[in-house]
Design a protein around this ligand. Sequence first.
Ligand SMILES: [Cu+2]
Length: 272
Amino acid sequence: MKVKRLCTAIAGTFLTIGLIVGSSSTVKSYAYTEIEVTDGGNITGTVTLEGDIPPVKMLNVDSDTHLCVHTHGKTPSQALIVSKDTNGIKNVVVSIENIEKGKKLAPSNSNPELNQKGCEEKGGEKGPSNSNPALNQKDCEFIPHILVVPAGSKIDILNEDEVLHNVHTYAIKNSPINIAVLYGSKVCKRFMFPEIVRVKCDVHKWMSAYIVVKDNPYFAVTDENGNFKIDNVPAGTYKLQAWQETLENQVKDVTVAAGNEVKIDFKFTATK
Ligand SMILES: [Cu+2]
């Protein structure tokens, strides 16, 4: 019992100083401390594409077509979605890259006893849980296409289709996943380390998504008009990044004043 208590105490200490990332040879600490943010500010803005909007690519849907072909027989790619009205780009991850203190991480991540066991025990339950973010498989697509979570998050992986799907992650820091997901089932997995994880289904080659794991809770995903909002940011100067899966990263400096809103716009150019 004493050993167990000691281990728990050590684990708790690590959590208060931050998440330890990487192998033993390349350990990097992502320190993040939850504080009560008083008089925080907001960062809002848009992400747009300059110039001509490229035509939407269509996916090659060549199996389980009775279920998987939709949108009048064609399935558009989610890789780059640009509004014809506003040139806003959907599904861009906008995030603060260098913040050490701030608002709470998501409720499901605040349990100090981070372990895979607690997560796995819930496996097999049907339907989404109340607190975990979900990566659903529906109409032979991953929904959402881009899922952003703070490090340490549990994610429920679901399948609402009456076909077999599979979830195959291409992760380096987090444990890779390659599992079958049956119709109506739920698989719970935890993502401990910040990185961008590509997700594929090996049964349906066109199915693609990203799980973006961040070291802090200051992130947003743009809506269909390219709008984003990050709230309750402590006053300070930060690096704000915009990441889109087909475009080059952009980083801008942003200064947030207490209780104020600052507007930052990102403009991308389509790659040829
Ligand atoms: Cu599939």
